[in-house]
Design a protein around this ligand. Structure first.
Ligand SMILES: *Cc1c(COP(=O)(O)O)cnc(C)c1O
Length: 383
């Protein structure tokens, strides 16, 4: 073990979360969102675990990730939705990746590519029902549908889906949720009225999947919940939804050393030891994903860790590749001891949600930043 820290991903947890979501979704299918390297959990292993657990579709923002799934032998339906002009549509078509149409130019460029290579497209028309992000605005929708269905009658494509994304699903009673659902229902009716035979209508992210069955339609698209985190921490913890966090981040103490009272700690001495004590040096920092805003001060610990069965917090500034703990005068820890930054929370360790709260962000950002920076190992592979 050369790097003194790692991300440990529990694939059994991902399987079990996908199973719990599939059960909750009832007759709707589950598309596991594996964008951003599966929220830092590792694209291919996480995608395979989600499929083993009960997801039947996968979704990525980037086409490159969809193609990486195909290159790894994943044959399940994959939808990809975010691109700029010049994207690898030809590769996507040849590899049987379903494509989202979120703007008129996307349809035009995809159809140009279909004509060029003679390989038809499976399209999901994305409607901007109110998020104000990617998607066809309702006023543009009739023209986009007409063009797509005309191309379908020429054999160039199949319009298999109508879909959209919610702005405020983490507040289930928010009026925008109902308003978006109404615009969505109109879009579906418009497409079907024009003769589209839709395979899947889909709207729900993790929050809607956990809180609002009226949003399920044919397919739900959870991301965060697949990795065992709650998108609605103010409403429920993962366990309340039958989910288990899949990511653990741990490091080895590089050093435990005695220092006197009044010792300034780390840059700018944001923390000063109030008494003779033992400092522990943890050899990861902001380059490894530890948010610099998790620094501690004289008044408050920073980001929480578990060491020797105790909860401590970052003392002083988080540096690029290290931070310090005040282990206390009676510390028994030694270099090489394990420090857990976060995990499932089942053994008293902090969770990604705890880090998010300290730093003022969401657990999505915590897992993606550690997952993309640190070496990753896996446990819980299927026998
Ligand atoms: C990221 C994303 C999701 C999943 O969101 P979660 O909140 O992680 O469940 C679903 N659909 C789209 C379009 C997304 O971009």
């Amino acid at each position: 073990m050369s790097y003194p820290a790692r991300v440990v991903v529990d694939l059994a947890a991902i399987r079990s979360n996908a199973g719990a979501l599939a059960e909750r979704a009832g007759s709707a299918s589950v598309l596991a969102v594996v964008k951003a390297d599966a929220y830092g959990h590792g694209l291919v292993p996480a995608a395979k675990a989600a499929l083993e657990g009960g997801a039947t579709w996968l979704g990525t923002a980037q086409l490159d990730e969809a193609l990486a799934l195909r290159a790894a032998g994943v044959t399940a339906p994959v939808l990809s939705w975010l691109y700029a002009p010049g994207a690898r549509f030809a590769d996507a078509l040849r590899q049987g990746v379903d494509l989202s149409v979120g703007a008129p130019w996307m349809l035009a460029e995809i159809l140009d590519t279909v004509r060029e290579i003679g390989h038809p497209a499976r399209l999901h028309v994305k409607v901007d029902t109110g998020l104000g992000r990617n998607g066809v605005m309702p006023v543009e929708l009739p023209a986009v549908l007409d063009a797509a269905l005309a191309a379908q009658s020429e054999g160039l494509c199949q319009v298999v889906g109508i879909w959209s994304h919610l702005a405020w699903a983490d507040d289930p009673g928010h009026p925008t949720v109902r308003a978006q659902a109404e615009v969505f229902a109109d879009a579906v009716a418009l497409a079907e009225g024009k003769g589209a035979r839709l395979e899947v209508r889909h709207l729900a992210n993790s929050a809607a999947t956990l809180t609002d069955p009226s949003m399920y339609y044919d397919l739900v698209r959870p991301g965060l919940a697949v990795y065992g985190l709650s998108p609605v921490p103010h409403l429920g913890a993962p366990a309340d939804y039958g989910l288990r966090p899949a990511m653990r981040v741990e490091a080895e103490l590089a050093l435990a050393k005695a220092v006197p009272a009044g010792q300034g700690v780390s840059y700018a001495h944001a923390y000063t030891t109030p008494r003779d004590t033992v400092l522990g040096l943890v050899p990861i920092g902001y380059a490894d994903g530890v948010p610099r805003s998790a620094s501690g001060s004289a008044d408050a610990w920073g980001g929480p860790v578990q060491v020797g069965g105790r909860r401590l917090g970052v003392a002083g500034r988080v540096c690029m590749d290290q931070f310090v703990l005040d282990l206390g005068p009676d510390a028994s820890e030694a270099s090489g001891d394990t420090v857990v930054l976060f995990g499932a929370g089942e053994r008293g360790e902090p969770t990604a949600e705890d880090w998010a709260r300290v730093v003022g962000t969401i657990s999505y950002e915590i897992v993606t930043r550690f997952g993309s920076a640190l070496p990753r190992t896996y446990q819980g592979e299927q026998a």
